[in-house]
Design a protein. Structure first.
Length: 349
């Protein structure tokens, strides 16, 4: 990826978010000539500008819902990483049309703008919640994937290469459960767990960026790339954090929220039947069959595959000590632990 991005111009939509800032650092280290950040949050843009003080980073204030804003931001750009989205499950449940406008129509604007401007490649960021979706966020992300693949089907000679990545919970990302648990523990409160036996995939920000890099390097039009990941129960996650901060391992159980599932799915068994295994990654190619199904009315499809879905319930399950080891290696958690330990050391002296 480093050679591909050297002296290139890159746009990150939603670039002020957790993924965007991590990806930005990787792009600058890879020698990108210019990295553009498109977002609607001027305060975060200003904070990034003051922190980075790098002339290669340019900020575009705008929303992916606005085709003109995306078109201007992607003009003369080589590559686009599309991370802008509404991601909070409860918010999308109460305001599903807002999720449609950003996650579906906004993504369609990104494809349209990239196609108009001759962008070489665009990678869309999706989620495990897009597989068998039961909530508005997952449904709109599933439609985002369909928007990307429909563009590929309808424009086979297009210059822009469009592919997607799909991953589970990114640990310590903005709005995720780990920062919430840490804040509760540091304020003397037990973590609030919806359902202790619920399982979720675990990925670091670095892992998510590596997945996007893999898709960027190896992806063909319409591909969906998935990074294999371990999982844990939410109860064990809360217990692991309590142990790390040396407080009694207890939590309050709230019950399932709107639109939550007991486990998530990264790939369906139908997708796994045609997937290519890259070791750490899975490549799910686009279903390239002709959409005129008259050929199949009489004979049907004789392919039979009995493999299971790839879920957070049947992947590698981490125990509490393993979760503690994983969390303590994360810079975001390490920083909180160091600050937590400082007052204790001062008191001891």
């Amino acid at each position: 990826m480093q050679s591909s991005l050297s002296n290139s111009r890159v746009l990150i939509t939603g670039g002020t978010g957790s993924f965007g800032q991590t990806m930005l650092a990787r792009l600058l280290a890879a020698g990108a000539a210019e990295v553009r950040v498109l977002s609607r949050d001027e305060a975060k843009q200003e904070a990034m500008r003051l922190r980075l003080r790098d002339d290669r980073v340019r900020f575009y204030l705008g929303d992916v819902r606005d085709l003109d804003a995306v078109s201007k931001a992607s003009r003369d750009v080589d590559y686009v990483f599309h991370a802008a989205a509404l991601k909070q499950v409860p918010s999308c449940e109460f305001f599903p049309l807002e999720a449609v406008r950003t996650n579906v129509l906004g993504s369609a604007n990104v494809v349209e703008a990239c196609d108009r401007n001759g962008v070489s490649a665009v990678v869309f960021l999706s989620t495990d919640k897009a597989v068998y979706p039961v909530n508005a966020m997952g449904m709109t992300k599933a439609l985002m994937e369909k928007v990307a693949q429909a563009h590929v089907r309808n424009n086979p000679a297009a210059h822009t290469r469009v592919c997607s990545v799909r991953y589970g919970n990114v640990m310590c990302s903005r709005g995720s459960v780990i920062p919430l648990f840490i804040d509760q523990i540091k304020n003397g409160m037990p973590p609030t767990v919806t359902e202790p036996t619920m399982t979720r995939f675990l990925m670091s920000l670095a892992d998510s960026v590596q997945l996007v890099e893999h898709a960027f390097t190896h992806g063909q039009p319409g591909d969906i790339f998935i990074r294999k990941a371990a999982a844990c129960t939410i109860g064990d996650l809360a217990t692991a954090l309590c142990n790390l901060f040396e407080v009694p391992p207890k939590f309050d159980t709230l019950g399932l929220r709107h639109g939550e599932k007991m486990y998530e799915t990264l790939a369906s068994h139908e997708e796994l039947a045609r997937a290519e295994d890259f070791g750490e990654f899975l490549r799910v190619p686009i279903d390239s069959r002709d959409l005129n199904y008259s050929l199949y009315f009489d004979e049907g499809d004789n392919v039979s595959d009995h493999r299971a879905d790839y879920t957070s319930d049947n992947t590698t399950r981490l125990a509490v000590p393993e979760i503690m080891s994983l969390l303590s290696a994360l810079p975001e958690v390490r920083d909180h632990l160091d600050r937590h330990a400082s007052p204790l050391l001062s008191n001891a002296r």
